[in-house]
Design a binder for this molecule. Structure first.
Ligand code: NAP
Length: 512
């Protein structure tokens, strides 16, 4: 839907030198940014990727059953359709392969520095350059620094008292230990969120016993998933317009679902009704039914999709504990009610440090101002992409751009479109830097926080969408169409446009 403009192509053709651009991360966002730079004829970029391959979260989350709860025809780039998705909601290997395909097809691999993690970045105002230091001490410079880190890249593992005495294996779902065969083992799973509801039904049939330590139940509704037929795939290939139409229909259906995320929404109640019906269908035990029924409105935490979660909960070898974990001993977890639960393996399905955003990276803008410090009360940005005082620094999937109802790939394409226009203005006007004005950023966030009060996220439950103090830092406040509308044109009047101090040739220092 959003096809980034390509004025840069003419700039590059005219022989105008392009600035060095450092992109953080080779996940969906970093790849999308790089592809559009390439399409615009701007090849002076390097992607710094901490791991050894592309695809970010879809490389990391290899747990059994890992898959996307956004339909694949929409959870893919608008400019790179894949006509042969195997099913409506693809699983992790197929999604990872898609992003690998994109990296290869668009010739990005030579631009990627794998196993290279950015630790710090500081803006040198004199030279209008970002000085970037890697975890291994290497330093590079770049005129623009663009983060594709996203919100869900740092697994959160709670510290359980006594865990050091545990003699079994313990790992996080985003760092699944495939060397451990769970067959016949007693397994403790901590957490019951989006990841747990996918891997628990996969492992439950093979383990001896699974104890689920659930802190809060979730609203789980059926997932209308099915394989695409050979005919459908052939038609999508033969008639790309049909695939496009299919994508738009999915988009519109999901977009409508935003209505469920408004406080006291009728649509939200429909999700609750569907989830309650699932519980009644699959769970006979009234006590277990109660344990699995949330007491907050649907949507306040992510609405989860699954057809096998409640059947898994009803299994005789699965028990749901809600008393909380007091401590861990040699081969058991001890609940706050004093009961011991034997475990050979502990699996943390405890999510991510989502409100930390770019922390622990240290990013310093004008006057050495620290981004972590600026975000002490909760992260915020201008339209999710820029922060005042941090010139030539952009983010994708930044603060307040997460969704509960639609595809994050759509949001990323909006952001790339916007950032591309800033990059092109920088080149076209031969500027030293652009820096969003504080009043523009403040006005944007005041309105956003006002709007978001009407959402179900503000209705009281805890979630990874907000900080401990309750500020909603992660989610976009409205329909994605509204975001698209705001992002379709970068209004440079909202940015300080600094001219180059020295009229010397543009900096061409290599980023690596
Ligand atoms: P999550 O939804 O945040 O779930 C974390 C779970 O761990 C929650 O049940 C939470 O309980 C529990 N927990 C956290 N700290 C705990 C502690 N100290 N003690 C006990 N329990 C604790 O995390 P996630 O499942 O990894 O999913 C995160 C996000 O990733 C999702 O919302 C989604 O956006 C994305 N994701 C997407 C898909 C997909 O299909 N597209 C799949 C997986 C993940 P409380 O609820 O009480 O905090």
């Amino acid at each position: 839907m959003t096809a980034p403009t390509t004025h840069g192509a003419s700039l590059a053709r005219a022989g105008t030198a392009t600035p060095q651009i450092a992109i953080l991360g080779a996940g969906a966002a970093g790849l999308c940014m790089a592809i559009q730079l390439k399409k615009a004829g701007i090849n002076s970029f390097t992607i710094y990727e901490k791991a050894g391959s592309v695809a970010g979260t879809w490389r990391d989350n290899t747990y059994p059953g890992s898959g996307c709860d956004v339909p694949s025809h929409l959870y893919s780039f608008s400019f790179e359709p894949k006509h042969d998705w195997s099913r409506k909601f693809a699983r992790q290997p197929e999604i990872e392969a898609y992003f690998q395909h994109c990296a290869e097809k668009y010739g990005l691999l030579p631009h990627i520095r794998f196993n290279t993690e950015i630790a710090e970045a500081a803006f040198d105002e004199e030279e209008a350059l970002w000085r970037i230091r890697m975890r291994d001490g290497e330093e590079v410079s770049a005129a623009l620094f663009i983060s594709g880190a996203g919100q869900l890249n740092q697994p959160f593992t709670p510290h359980l008292e006594g865990i050091e005495n545990f003699n079994g294996a313990a790992f996080h779902s985003a760092r699944w230990n495939h060397d451990i065969d769970l067959t016949g083992k007693t397994v403790a799973v901590v957490g019951s969120g989006a990841s747990a509801i996918q891997f628990v039904p996969e492992i439950a049939p093979k383990v001896e016993h699974l104890t689920l330590f659930q802190r809060t139940p979730n609203w789980v509704v059926p997932k209308a998933n099915r394989p695409y037929t050979r005919l459908e795939k052939a038609l999508f290939k033969r008639f790309p317009a049909l695939a496009k139409l299919h994508r738009y229909m999915i988009y519109l259906t999901l977009e409508r679902n935003f209505l469920a995320f408004l406080k006291d929404s009728f649509f939200g109640k429909l999700f609750e009704k569907a989830a309650r019906k699932e519980i009644e269908t699959h769970i006979e035990d009234p006590e277990l039914r109660e344990k699995l029924t949330p007491d907050f409105p649907a949507g306040c935490k992510r609405i989860l999709l699954s057809n096998d979660w409640f059947p898994a909960m009803a299994r005789p070898n699965v028990s749901v504990e809600t008393a909380g974990i007091d401590h861990v001993e040699d081969g058991a977890l001890i609940g706050k009610d004093g009961r011991a639960h034997a475990a050979d393996v502990i699996i943390y399905g405890t999510g991510f440090k989502a409100t930390d955003f770019l922390c622990p990276m240290e990013i310093k803008g004008l006057g050495g101002r620290s981004l972590n410090e600026a975000w002490r009360e909760g992260a915020e940005a201008y339209r999710g992409v820029a922060v005042s005082g941090f010139p030539n620094f952009f983010m994708m999937y930044g603060p307040n751009t997460n969704l509960g109802h639609n595809s994050i790939i759509f949001m990323i394409e909006c952001q790339v479109n916007y950032i591309m226009q800033c990059v092109q203005a920088l080149i076209g006007k031969d500027l030293a830097y652009v820096d969003v004005k504080p009043d523009a950023m403040s006005a944007f966030n005041t309105q956003l926080q006002e709007d978001i009060k009407k959402s179900v996220w503000a209705s009281g439950c805890t979630s990874w969408y907000k900080t401990e103090s309750g500020k909603i830092t992660n989610n976009w406040s409205s329909f994605t169409m509204k975001y698209w509308w705001q992002m379709r044109r970068a209004d440079l009047a909202h940015f300080v446009q600094a001219v180059k101090r020295h009229r010397k040739p543009p900096n061409l220092q290599a980023a690596d």
